[in-house]
Design a binder for this molecule. Structure first.
Ligand code: PLP
Length: 223
């Protein structure tokens, strides 16, 4: 991570490393905590709840999975940052629930930058259309944009998607006079490229915790 920062002249402390601990037990998280890691990412609410309650309250938890509207309350009770906001309907639901709980959660707007059917996230044109109304939701502390780019043959294949995200962010900011300073992009295989293209948050799992083994039902962590 440091070498990627040096290459493009960025300070390492301008980038937040989110350690993605999905499928790994609380013990593994605790080991990382003892190394000084504070931010962790999880993509399944039920799995995360047990871990979060077993670990120190000082940690910052990022929800990086698909958000279900009927689980928003539980999500807000457990997580500090929500990365998967991808519709006005969901954003409004989070806003209303946050109001009841007297919270003002940090959120990222997820963009389906490769316009893939299998992935969540805003289509770019829909985000342009709804951005003004999203910023009217006063209980949401909108940080910026998040994406999971299409799987490529190598890390370099992700570069054009990451730079497209940066340009989209810049355009949304100037056209709507809003701040979207954060860019959550880059995973184990391509986080260095993401940093070179302006990521402020990288979500790294297997490069920290090792290879994941999914459970017998074959569920993937991204569903
Ligand atoms: C699992 C996951 C990651 C981390 O993936 P690795 O390849 O293990 O680094 C990052 N972001 C999201 C949304 C994920 O679901």
């Amino acid at each position: 991570m440091i070498s990627a920062c040096v290459r493009v002249g960025r300070e390492a402390d301008s980038i937040t490393l989110i350690a993605v601990s999905k499928t790994f037990p609380a013990d593994c998280v605790l080991e990382a905590v003892l190394e000084g890691q504070i931010q962790f990412g999880e993509s399944k609410l039920q799995e995360a709840e047990a871990k979060i309650s077993a670990l120190p309250e000082t940690l910052e938890w990022h929800f990086i999975g698909r958000v279900q509207r009927n689980k928003v309350r539980k999500m807000l009770e457990n997580f500090d940052v929500i990365h998967g906001v991808d519709s006005l309907r969901l954003a409004t639901c989070i806003n209303d629930t946050a109001k009841r709980l007297e919270l003002r959660p940090k959120v990222f707007l997820q963009v389906n930058i490769g316009s893939e059917e299998s992935k969540g996230g805003y289509e770019v044109c829909d985000l342009h259309a709804e951005i003004g109304r999203l910023f009217e939701l006063e209980r949401l502390d909108i940080q910026g944009l998040m994406c999971i780019p299409p799987n490529g043959s190598d890390a370099e294949a992700a570069r054009p998607w990451f730079s497209a995200m940066r340009e989209l962010r810049n355009r949304l900011e100037t056209e709507n006079n809003v701040s979207l300073s954060a860019l959550s992009m880059g995973m184990s295989s391509d986080y260095e490229i993401a940093i070179e293209e302006g990521a402020t948050h990288v979500r790294v799992g297997s490069a920290i915790f090792g290879t994941r083994e999914y459970n017998v039902t074959g569920e993937s962590g991204q569903s």
